[in-house]
Design a protein around this ligand. Structure first.
Ligand SMILES: Cc1ncc(COP(=O)(O)O)c(C=O)c1O
Length: 412
């Protein structure tokens, strides 16, 4: 045993304690895909999925992926530089048209799209300005650029969703250029960004606005193209990054921008050039979902919003605190580590899965359950979730906010 084993063992103390009392909530293996699956043979409805339009399991998507396996297999054994197919190029062109941008580049994950784009674009003449609740991919792309010798952009943070705080950063930045990083919808809080205000501030200071719209794709805007469409800002947000891992039912990163910017990233993003190509079966599945969005996007998005409205009205009537949420992402605020874990277990025992979000995902005292309403949830699914939430919420004083008593004896 070396120091590395000791270090790992020590670092896993909390995980072991929670596992010992059967409260460990992560890595539970699903036995099939989709919102309705089983865990250890027991049916569950997944309310922590990002399959926002419920299309991941659509038979046409699976058929297209299966057909693509016949032609292209599961992988191309190389990076896009050497292994690009007509399927990748066609989908990039179609996505650019659908979103309303000049060009699109497909990465293998959304995380890689963000990290690679920031590493490619941010140099010593750049200040990166981030919302202080930014997703890990934005933070990691920033840290990578900042830690790359000879690149080292300046890094600043603005208060969450505050255009005034952003303006203060822009006024005092020390480099000539600025890239402002924000998200369309924040996945842990379910609140959306004041995009128009950000656009106006960025235009005033000639800063480039980069919007990560992973959670807005398929959920915002009449056609479902996201927050840029919803806010009427098409043509005024220079770069958008999104993903196939939510509405598009698979995996993959989407970069949208001008032809030159996209081509520059294509030739400089290390996460694009030095990592394997997006498998064609995934491209084929996403392409079928894009057909559906083109043909019936407004109806699909409307149905999601109707379901979200139903859930929000009922959760509010039951007295739940939904934090800052104003979208289909509605965290059930527990504000206590134990309440979040106990709620999760109680719900799961009754076939409803809502994953607890605890430190370091959120600050201490901000613990919550991840509740995402999707178009794939039926009225019956939602009613069952509401019934169980009410039952366990009352048992663990979630709605009333009452204290559960001292923390000390949890692991005794
Ligand atoms: C806001 C945001 N950006 C980027 C990503 C990363 O996307 P992917 O899952 O495609 O790597 C996620 C996914 O968790 C996300 O929530």
């Amino acid at each position: 045993m070396s120091w590395i084993d000791d270090k790992a063992h020590e670092g896993l103390e909390l995980v072991r304690q929670v596992q010992k009392i059967d409260l460990y909530p992560h890595f539970r293996p699903f036995e099939s895909g989709g919102l309705h699956t089983t865990i250890e043979g027991k049916p569950i409805v997944n309310f922590s999925s990002n399959d926002y339009l419920g299309l991941t399991n659509h038979p046409k998507v699976k058929e297209a992926a299966a057909r693509a396996v016949e032609t292209f297999a599961c992988g191309l054994s190389s990076s896009r530089v050497q292994a690009t197919t007509t399927a990748h190029v066609e989908l990039e062109e179609r996505l650019a048209r659908w979103y309303g941008y000049d060009a699109c580049l497909l990465f293998t994950t959304g995380y890689q799209a963000m990290v690679g784009t920031l590493q490619a674009l941010a140099d010593r003449d750049t200040t990166l300005i981030l919302d202080n609740l930014s997703h890990a991919c934005i933070l990691d792309g920033t840290f990578l650029a900042a830690g790359t010798p000879a690149q080292a952009p300046e890094v600043r943070y603005f208060n969450h969703n505050s255009a005034r705080s952003l303006e203060r950063c822009l006024k005092t930045k020390q480099r000539d250029n600025a890239i402002v990083l924000m998200e369309g919808i924040y996945s842990l809080d379910g609140d959306r960004a004041p995009l128009k205000d950000f656009v106006e501030v960025c235009e005033k200071y000639d800063a480039v606005l980069l919007c990560d719209d992973a959670h807005g794709t398929g959920t915002l805007g009449e056609r479902g193209t996201g927050i840029v469409e919803e806010a009427g800002m098409l043509g005024r947000v220079p770069i958008v990054i999104s993903t196939f891992s939510k509405t598009f039912g698979g995996i993959g990163g989407i970069l949208l921008g001008s032809r030159d910017v996209v081509d520059f990233v294509k030739h400089n993003a290390r996460s694009f050039m030095f990592s394997a190509t997006l498998p064609v079966p995934v491209v084929a599945g996403a392409s079928v979902i894009l057909d559906m969005l083109e043909e019936e996007g407004p109806a699909l998005v409307q149905e999601l919003h109707q379901k979200s409205d139903y859930m929000r009205t009922n959760l509010t009537q039951l007295g739940f605190d939904l934090g800052m949420s104003d979208t289909h992402i509605m965290p059930i605020m527990c504000r206590d580590f134990r309440k979040a874990l106990f709620m999760h277990i109680g719900l799961l025992e009754n076939g409803v899965m809502m994953v607890p979000i605890t430190y370091p995902g959120v600050k201490f005292g901000e613990e919550r359950l991840r509740l995402n309403v999707t178009r794939g949830h039926s009225r019956e699914d939602m009613d069952r979730a509401l019934e169980q939430l009410d039952r366990y919420g009352k048992a663990f004083h979630v709605q009333s906010g009452a204290d559960l008593g001292p923390m000390d004896n949890l692991f005794a």
